[in-house]
Design a protein around this ligand. Structure first.
Ligand code: ATP
Length: 351
């Protein structure tokens, strides 16, 4: 299938992205886990958060988007910088107005595109080689992508980038074990930033850090988005981190984005019963609003999606109050109902 260039305001797009795993075997029945099940996400010049419970497919989505795993179906389109586009064209790769498609790239082409989409992992302790000095860890991607001519330039560039993530110069010659968790995560972010990528995908970037330093890292990521013009996809299970960080959020449930919209609108006026349940689970700091916590419960735990219908119906309390929708919810998967910048996959909003 051919691909169209991305619209001017779009940096990256996933098209009906799916990742299925075959599990079971010798002692357990074989079955298919639909970890990512048809995600269409358009990333603009923004920070976009993907929020969902453990097991909903967030990390799998991240791995496929950065090219670490092949999708089962669908595609990832990304707008690359002029420089990368020229290199790819010289290599004979298909580039349309700076847009490339994973499906149409050779393995060599994919390696070049990796420069444009970098990953920040959850665990700052295992993300940096303990034998490398900090500056070497930050400079390594520059060397891999041949963006510096010698060691001296690599070190100078690494020190510049360490400044951007607000680490003092003397950190450059230390080893990762000599740094705190927060400092290490800054090093991981610096490493991702070093090659000036179009997109950074961060998988739970603060969940392993002390609560006291999470806000610092979140603020840093927000500042870097603004100063460096790098779009970000941030994956989190914690809705409370999103208002300070993200322009838009997508709520993921069992492999699918069930609601999407500007952060404030989704948080102040959630449409999907699952979003309401996630919000209810966040401790409300204002005592005046505390009762909101109890308003929307949820049934059971994340499990497999039902054979048919909306994937959320077995846990949906809204369905108990809208029995008239049972014929739809239990038998037909809802498409997206779009209202302005918001979209929701729930029959309650069919209009
Ligand atoms: N390599 C794999 N083989 C088989 N199943 C997998 C594999 N990777 C992920 N899964 C399954 O896919 C589903 C989604 O997993 P994933 O790790 O993407 O979820 P998640 O939302 O990131 O959860 P967490 O926050 O706990 O990491 C889970 O049911 C998981 O068991």
């Amino acid at each position: 299938m051919p691909f169209d260039p991305l619209p001017p305001d779009t940096v990256m797009k996933t098209v009906n992205l799916k990742k299925y795993y075959q599990v079971g075997g010798l002692f357990a029945p074989k079955r298919v886990v639909k970890a990512v099940d048809g995600v269409d996400l358009s990333l603009k010049d923004e920070v976009y958060c993907i929020v969902g419970e453990s097991g909903c497919g967030k990390s799998t989505f991240a791995r496929v988007v950065v090219g670490l795993e092949e999708p089962t179906e669908g595609d990832v389109l990304i707008r690359v910088r002029d420089e990368t586009a020229s290199i790819l064209k010289m290599m004979g790769e298909k580039v349309k107005g700076n847009t490339v498609s994973y499906k149409h790239l050779s393995p060599k082409g994919k390696r070049v595109v990796k420069r444009e989409i970098q990953m920040v992992w959850q665990d700052p302790y295992s993300s940096v080689d303990p034998r490398m000095k900090v500056w070497e860890a930050v400079a390594e991607p520059l060397i891999i992508h041949k963006l510096v001519k010698d060691k001296k330039e690599a070190r100078e560039r690494a020190i510049e980038i360490l400044k951007k993530v607000k680490l003092p110069e003397d950190v450059a010659d230390r080893y990762p074990h000599q740094l705190s968790g927060g400092q290490r995560q800054r090093v991981v972010i610096a490493r991702a930033l070093s090659v000036n990528p179009k997109v950074i995908v961060a998988d739970e970037p603060v969940s392993m850090l002390d609560v006291s330093i999470r806000a610092e890292i979140i603020n840093l990521m927000r500042q870097l988005h603004e100063s460096e013009g790098t779009s970000m996809i941030v994956i989190t299970h914690d809705l409370s981190t999103t208002p300070h960080l993200c322009d838009r959020i997508g709520i993921m449930y069992l492999g699918r984005v069930v609601e999407e919209g500007p952060t404030r609108e989704v948080i102040e006026d959630p449409l999907h019963p699952y979003t309401k349940a996630l919000l209810a689970a966040v401790l409300e700091p204002d005592p005046e609003n505390r009762e909101r916590e109890l308003v929307v419960p949820i049934k059971g735990e994340v499990s497999r999606p039902p054979e048919r219908g909306c994937r959320f119906w077995p846990r949906c309390v809204a369905l108990d109050m809208h029995k008239e929708l049972e014929g739809l919810c239990k038998y037909e998967e809802p498409g997206y109902f779009v209202k302005g910048e918001r979209k929701v996959a729930c029959w309650l909003h069919k209009g």
